[in-house]
Design a protein around this ligand. Structure first.
Ligand SMILES: [Zn+2]
Length: 621
């Protein structure tokens, strides 16, 4: 059985996970999972091959000639691909994917046999072997090892085959042997190993891995990886007052710290996590759930520094935001973390991949002049396989349990068989979420016992929802983002939930000055944008929408997955009135602009029909 994060025995986990195999998706995310199997994983593999990443393993064992090529962290893309492909096998058997994983594992094992003590890293095999562990700040050995360990755990959980897992144990034990005690000047230049070591502890029961992860966190701020903000080594972890530095590094670090807390209950870690979560959600997160606003250093900016056009918002940062919020939810059981997770997933993560599963954004701006493109691959290709491993594992996020509850975390057409006490509860969801507000759940069980079923009421509903059980209307107030349905569920019960998706015109804090006097349109969990291809008669950046919400909804037939399109009548400012001037005195431009019909699509779906200008934040009148 495959848990994404196996917190089933974690002392501080309020919510326990459900295995991926227990939840079969049939809806919106399933479309992406099928794309992974049919297209994305194969295409990514071709790039792993053609870019020389797999050849680096062959070179390391001498089966082909030549020196390592590409970035020194390129091994990690192979490991992330194995992790993603493994999850996919849990519900989408594919002999070609399985054969490819097995051939990669053989290569990894061969490299390990060539190296001393269980070490695996093709950059440091052969002539650079003497440089191992000399540059923890920049050379990503821990980062690569972390991804290898996560891949080995995933492959073992899905297939029961322990070959790669055993190789990972040797990798991890080699690290413990190399850095045996508190005298070692050790921490991660790019966090990632923290969460991998905690998961290895969960899989093996060996506390040494957990203690090493804790040590990596305790050793921050000591100057072992440069002492600077970029590497989050400028202060100790517990003295972090705000998010700073490289966004993916920071969010991976917080994810790893949350993992350590789940096992140790160290409250001094939780205090930091809660403090920085507030900093993120109230000052430093895009409305799409993206994070990291600066190209320079791929970094967090100051509070309210969230430029749309120059947003960095790396796909990996949104994925890390999902990882971190998932763990915060397991710690606290509060759906506010799932709200942020959902915002990131359906907007910033999904914008990272094209609707045909072939191309990716590294950077996810909220406004564009029409020259930002997804690409099939990158020299630094962290994002594509990262998106793949999240989407292929999403079934594991849908539900959770506590001692006396089953929790419905997310809505997606699906069939689940949830183990509970000495029986099972089947939940079938029928819904076109996130495009539709209707969710029907059929709950069936032979269990003759009291049990609470909790349904998440997303924050964007503002409490506006309808709930019926077997046709009888219920009035229950949500607590911590869930309505609690108590009772004995023996037999079959139908639950109908309507999560009213009225169109919300979102405004930004006045200190986010770039968005002052603008609105972003949100329907359900989806943020919308205006794209030039739908609005050819005007520049979408001149569009002003009426604050009177007179919008029409229709289903797009131009975009895969047929998302809901929002259209209406607005104004496009006439640039001729400006006579090519940049500035004018207030009131001197008399024209009110021209009346136009506009059309908005979900942000995740933009840039799938060629290049044209796009913007999320719109003028309003
Ligand atoms: Zn990335």
């Amino acid at each position: 059985m495959t848990f994404v994060n196996d917190t089933s025995r974690s002392p501080r986990a309020q919510v326990r996970p459900i295995a991926i195999e227990r939840v079969e998706l049939e809806g919106f995310v399933r479309r992406y999972q099928d794309l992974m199997k049919s297209t994305s994983l194969a295409l990514q593999y071709e790039y792993l091959e053609s870019s020389g990443r797999i050849d680096n393993f062959r070179k390391a064992i001498g089966s082909i000639e030549g020196d390592f090529t590409g970035w020194f962290f390129n091994d990690s893309d192979i490991y992330k691909w194995i992790e993603a492909a493994s999850y996919s096998l849990a519900y989408n058997e594919d002999s070609e994917i399985r054969t490819r994983i097995d051939s990669l594992i053989t290569l990894i094992e061969s490299v390990q046999k060539k190296s001393e003590g269980g070490y695996v890293n093709t950059y440091f095999t052969g002539k650079r072997a003497s440089e191992k562990w000399k540059d923890l700040k920049s050379k990503h050995e821990f980062y690569c090892a972390g991804h290898l360990i996560q891949a080995g755990i995933a492959y073992k959980r899905v297939t029961g085959n322990e070959s790669l897992f055993n190789a990972c144990i040797s990798v991890a034990d080699n690290i413990l042997k190399t850095f045996p005690d508190d005298d070692c000047e050790v921490t991660t230049g790019h966090p990632e190993l923290e969460m991998a070591m905690v998961e290895l502890h969960r899989e093996t029961g060996n506390r040494n891995y957990l203690e090493f992860a804790q040590r990596l966190i305790d050793n921050r701020g000591k100057g072992y990886v440069g002492g600077d903000e970029y590497h989050i080594d400028h202060v100790s972890f517990r003295d972090l007052k705000e998010l700073a530095g490289h966004a993916v590094r920071m969010l991976y670090l917080l994810t790893g710290a949350a993992d350590v807390f789940l096992e140790t209950g160290d409250e001094t870690l939780l205090a930091v996590l809660e403090r920085l979560w507030i900093d993120l959600t109230s000052r430093k997160m895009y409305i799409t759930g993206g994070a990291g606003s600066r190209y320079e250093g791929e970094a967090f900016g100051e509070a309210y520094e969230l430029p749309s056009r120059r947003a960095y918002s790396e796909s990996c940062a949104a994925i890390a935001n999902v990882f971190w919020n998932w763990r915060m939810y397991m710690i606290a059981g509060d759906a506010k973390y799932l709200d942020v997770l959902e915002r990131s997933l359906y907007n910033s993560v999904l914008s990272g991949i094209s609707l045909d599963g072939r191309r990716y954004f590294y950077v996810n701006p909220l406004e564009d002049v029409g020259n930002h493109n997804r690409e099939e691959w990158f020299e630094c290709a962290c994002c594509p396989p990262n998106i793949a491993r999240l989407l292929t594992s999403f079934g594991g996020y849908l539900y959770g349990t506590t001692l006396d509850e089953i929790r419905v975390n997310f809505y997606e057409a699906s069939r689940a068989s949830i183990p509970f006490r000495d029986g099972e509860v089947s939940i079938v969801q029928k819904t076109a979420y996130p495009h539709s507000e209707e969710v029907n759940l059929v709950i069936s069980t032979d269990l003759d016992t009291d049990l609470s079923i909790l349904l998440r009421i997303p924050e964007w509903t503002d409490g506006d929802f309808d709930l019926q059980i077997d046709g009888v209307k219920q009035k229950i107030r949500p607590e911590k983002g869930f309505v609690r349905l108590e009772g004995n569920w023996k037999g079959k019960t139908e639950v109908s939930l309507t999560l009213r998706m009225r169109i919300r015109m979102m405004t930004a804090n006045p200190l986010l000055r770039e968005n002052t006097d603008k609105v972003a349109i949100q329907r359900g969990p989806l943020i919308y944008c205006a794209e030039g291809v739908d609005n050819p008669s005007f520049d979408v950046r001149t569009l002003s929408v009426p604050s009177k919400r007179n919008f029409e909804l229709s289903e797009s037939d131009a975009l895969d997955g047929n998302p809901v399109v929002i259209s209406g009548k607005g104004i496009a400012y006439d640039l001729d009135d400006w006579d090519k001037k940049l500035y004018n005195s207030l009131g001197s431009v008399k024209s009110k602009g021209k009346n136009v019909r506009f059309s908005l699509i979900p942000y995740y779906a933009w840039n799938n029909r060629g290049n044209s200008p796009m913007c999320v934040w719109l003028h309003v009148h």
